[in-house]
Every structure is written in structure tokens, then in C-alpha cells.
Design a protein around this ligand. Structure first.
Ligand code: SF4
Length: 412
């Protein structure tokens, strides 16, 4: 309640421990005031090492700073070192995170090369059996993490919450039988499960700065409440994500709504956007959405932003929409190289506007802007660089000439 109304920026981030996730010379910091880390997960069969390595490469080149792969079978565990080797050969040093459920204790102990090739383990305490067996399996995984000096994420999920804990908490709250009260008990069970398992991991010898927590649910309001609660009760770094967010615009909107509220409150040290891809869809979309959430909130910058008006009855042709699309795609395609060649380019703003109404004003506010001619206007497109009108483009080559001006600006 004593937070400022608009807590944006590093100073307002919740203070958390700093967890290092390493591979080779690459050290990704999660928490401790480090920039919010973008991560993603493959959807290939891990037993197919080539296909998985190629998808990890695509995700990493799109900007995913950690990539998680499922490790669900002995054959998949056997392939993990081969995946790592393929990536190393391609000079992709993104840390790999192994996602374990049910048999993680066996796979990590029986396949030590897999345990070493991974940079972090995701453990779901709800999927490890019950009673003593659950405790033993958990201890076994933590023992491996300690042995190889790997951090873990204790990832609790609404859909696989520890049954025993849930039953116990429902019993303790038997008088709270209304649907919203039962929902509150479930939210509390998620938080209790995450924190109590983290404490147990520390008791088993895992350093406190090797633990990241997550409590994923699929409804926006529940997610916000759970993470606010979790963040007020511990200082482990938090992995944010709305699980099973859904397809297309629904998944993007729901994830953005939930994560933006939390990030604005300084909560969250790494994010993953779980989108259900269209058949044959591009997995990299989840990386793009994660980056755009962070960049539009002013928390990080990844790629130059294109400001474009929506267009209206004044827009005289499709040149304007095509130019906005082309420039955005061009900038994004260049970034894997530009990031290294031209540090700082990611903060550049480009405006592509449809007519004189808001065109010149918005273009002057951008680093580079173009105001295309609307209906009834002179067929000419003034271009602004650093607020000054430098040229007016005409004819059929406006798009190419403008792209050249953008490239010249970046190179300068
Ligand atoms: Fe319409 Fe012009 Fe505004 Fe674009 S800038 S939305 S074309 S009035």
C-alpha cells in the first residue's frame, strides 16, 4: 500500500535473491535486480535431438535467454547431451532447462550426462508421487542439483497441485465451503506448496540462491493474487507465466493482462508466455510476445519499435500498412546481427503514419518517421529524422528509400 502509484523501473522492483543460470561463458542472472529474463519452451520430441536443437536455436536467436526442454523418458534423457553438443557446435550458448515430471529423480540419477548438460532443473512437487515416496524422490532430485551445482525452479501448477497438501488444507478449512472460499484455499495451497518445498530444498543442502519459484494458474485474477501473495512471503526470484493461456489473441491478451499488472508492481524476475500455437505455427511467437510486453512497459528494450497509426478513411492506399509491416519485419530480422554491431539500436523508435492529421507530429517524436499521403493529399511522404524534416519521398519507391534511410540511421 505504500508503493508509488506508477512503480516502473529497476528501483521499484521487488528485492529478490540472484540466481545464476550458466552455460559456458554465458551467465544468465535471474532476480537480484537483473533485467527480467525472457524464456520459452520447445514443443519438439526431445528424443529427436536434431529437431530439438534446431528449435532451441530458433528460440535463442529470437531472443529467448533460457530455453526449457521436456525430459520425460530415458531416451529423451539420453539425447540431452547430444542436443547440448549440437548447440555448442552452432555457438548457441543459451542455457537449457530440463522439465521433469513423475520420473525426474530416476532420469537425473541414471543419466548423469543429462544432469550435467542441463543448466537448471524444473521440479514439479505435485507430480512426484505421495507420502514418503514423494519426499524421497524430491530429495533425490535436490541431491543431484547440489552435486552438479545446478539451480532449480520449484514449479507448482494449478493442474497438478500436491493432492495430499490440498486434501489437508481442505480439511483444515472444511467450514469454508462456498466456491470462492474453496478457490482461496487452492490459491493458498499453491503458495504453501512452493514455499515449503523451497525451504525443504534448502534443508537438503541446496543454496537459497539456487532456487526460483513459480505458481502457475490459468486465470488472470487468480494468477495476480497468487503471485502478490507469494512475493510478500519470500524473496526467491519468481518465474511468471499464465499457464494454458490459450490460442491466438486470447492467449496473448490474457498473458499480457496478468503479467503487466504483476510487473508493474515490481513482481517477476523471468517470464514465459505459454501460447498454444496454431498447427504449423511459429514457436518463436511466445518470445516475441514476452519481449513486447517488457518493452512496451519500458522495462527492457529488444528491438526498435514501430509506431503506426491504425489507418482510417483518410488512408489512401495499402502502401501505408505494407510499409509499417515491412519495416517492423525488417527491423526484427536484422536484430540478431544489429544487436552486436550497433549496441543501443534496440531503443530506436520508428513511426509510420497514414496521413497528415497525426503523421508529422508523431514522426517528429520518433527517431525516424514517415507520414504517408492520405486521401486528397499531395502524393508525397515527408521523412523526419531526430525531429527534423530531411527529405520528401515520392513515387513508387517510397518503401525502399525509407528502408535505406532507416539503415543509414542505424549505421550512423
Ligand atoms: Fe487516419 Fe491519418 Fe490518424 Fe492515420 S494519422 S488514423 S490515416 S487520421
Amino acid at each position: 500500500s505504500d508503493r508509488p502509484a506508477l512503480p516502473v523501473g529497476a528501483a521499484d522492483r521487488r528485492q529478490t535473491r540472484c540466481v545464476k543460470v550458466n552455460w559456458g561463458a554465458n551467465h544468465v542472472l535471474v532476480g537480484g535486480g537483473a533485467p527480467v529474463v525472457v524464456q520459452s519452451m520447445t514443443n519438439t520430441d526431445t528424443e529427436n535431438a536434431i529437431e530439438t536443437a534446431l528449435q532451441v536455436k530458433d528460440l535463442a536467436q529470437a531472443g529467448s535467454e533460457l530455453v526449457r526442454i521436456t525430459v520425460n523418458t530415458p531416451a529423451a534423457a539420453k539425447e540431452v547431451p547430444a542436443i547440448r553438443e549440437q548447440l555448442d557446435r552452432m555457438n548457441i550458448d543459451v542455457p537449457l532447462v530440463g522439465d521433469f515430471h513423475y520420473n525426474g529423480h530416476k532420469l537425473l540419477t541414471e543419466y548423469p550426462e543429462c544432469a550435467q548438460a542441463l543448466s537448471k532443473y524444473r521440479i514439479n512437487p505435485g507430480n512426484m508421487g505421495g507420502g514418503k515416496r514423494r519426499d524421497d524422490n524430491f530429495a533425490q532430485m535436490i541431491e543431484v542439483a547440489c552435486k552438479y551445482n545446478k539451480p532449480v525452479r520449484i514449479g507448482v501448477n494449478w493442474g497438478s497441485l500436491d493432492h495430499e497438501l490440498m486434501a489437508k488444507m481442505m480439511d483444515q478449512n472444511a467450514q469454508r465451503h462456498r466456491p470462492w472460499e474453496a478457490q482461496a484455499v487452492m490459491r493458498e495451497a499453491l503458495v504453501v506448496s512452493a514455499i515449503s518445498n523451497a525451504q525443504r530444498a534448502e534443508q537438503l543442502g541446496l543454496p537459497g540462491d539456487a532456487i526460483i519459484l513459480s505458481c502457475k494458474v490459468s486465470h488472470v485474477q487468480d494468477l495476480i493474487t497468487v503471485y502478490q501473495d507469494l512475493s510478500s512471503r519470500c524473496d526467491y526470484p519468481l518465474h511468471l507465466g499464465l499457464t494454458e493461456a490459450g490460442m491466438g489473441s486470447k492467449g496473448i491478451v490474457a498473458s499480457t493482462a496478468a503479467l503487466s499488472v504483476l510487473l508493474q508492481q515490481g513482481i517477476g524476475d523471468t517470464i514465459r508466455i505459454s501460447l498454444t500455437p496454431e498447427p504449423g505455427g511459429d514457436r518463436r511467437q511466445e518470445v516475441v510476445v514476452a519481449q513486447e510486453i517488457l518493452q512496451t512497459m519500458g522495462l527492457r528494450a529488444f528491438t526498435p519499435m514501430v509506431v503506426a497509426c491504425p489507418g482510417c478513411g483518410r488512408t489512401s492506399s495499402t502502401v501505408f500498412q505494407e510499409l509499417a509491416n515491412d519495416i517492423q519485419a525488417y527491423l526484427r530480422e536484422q536484430m540478431p546481427v544489429w544487436r552486436y554491431q550497433y549496441p543501443g539500436v534496440e531503443t530506436m523508435n520508428v513511426a509510420v503514419m497514414g496521413c497528415v492529421v497525426n503523421g508529422p507530429g508523431e514522426s517528429r517524436h520518433a527517431d525516424i518517421g514517415i507520414s504517408l499521403p492520405g486521401t486528397g493529399e499531395t502524393p508525397a511522404a515527408p521523412v523526419y529524422v531526430d525531429g527534423e524534416r530531411i527529405v520528401t519521398l515520392k513515387g513508387d519507391t517510397i518503401a525502399q528509400e525509407f528502408q535505406k534511410i532507416v539503415l543509414d540511421y542505424v549505421q550512423k
